[in-house]
Design a protein around this ligand. Structure first.
Ligand SMILES: *[C@@H]1O[C@H](CO)[C@@H](O)[C@H](O)[C@H]1NC(C)=O
Length: 126
């Protein structure tokens, strides 16, 4: 039969684990801002679009299929998608991953006037 003392030790150990575990999961979800512009070289109409890490973000309706340059902020890698299927940020759809500072001419990535959505991840998640 288990002694009361041994049971108390187990309970204390589990309690310690329960307290310690949330620290690992506590990192706040990071956000960033992408500047997307209608013309190459950040010309014509631009928008600063806030995004959440690892989450698919749609371009504003006024910019869908109308963007030719994008700024990727320091510390992020962003994948840009030309939405063809019904699934958002689908790896089967045409896509290109850009590091900072982004692209001043998306024609070079075969993305002239075809960007619909993007998803960014931190280069060095803490
Ligand atoms: C977007 O942010 C950049 C950098 O902070 C700023 O220079 C630019 O004016 C902003 N553009 C718009 C359209 O808000």
């Amino acid at each position: 039969m288990l002694s009361t003392r041994f049971l108390a030790l187990i309970v204390a150990s589990i309690a310690t684990l329960a307290v310690a575990t949330p620290d690992i999961a506590a990192r706040q979800v990071a956000t960033g801002i992408i500047m997307a512009c209608q013309d190459a070289n950040f010309g014509a109409m631009c928008n600063n679009i806030t995004f959440v890490e690892n989450s698919c973000t749609q371009l504003p309706a006024s910019q869908v299929n109308q963007v030719d340059s994008v700024q990727v902020p320091p510390g992020w890698a962003c994948t840009f998608y030309d939405l063809k299927s019904s699934t958002t940020c689908n790896p089967s759809d045409p896509h290109t991953t850009l590091l900072p500072p982004g692209s001043s001419n998306l024609g070079l990535q075969n993305f002239h006037d075809s960007l619909d959505e993007f998803m960014c991840q931190l280069l060095c998640p803490i």
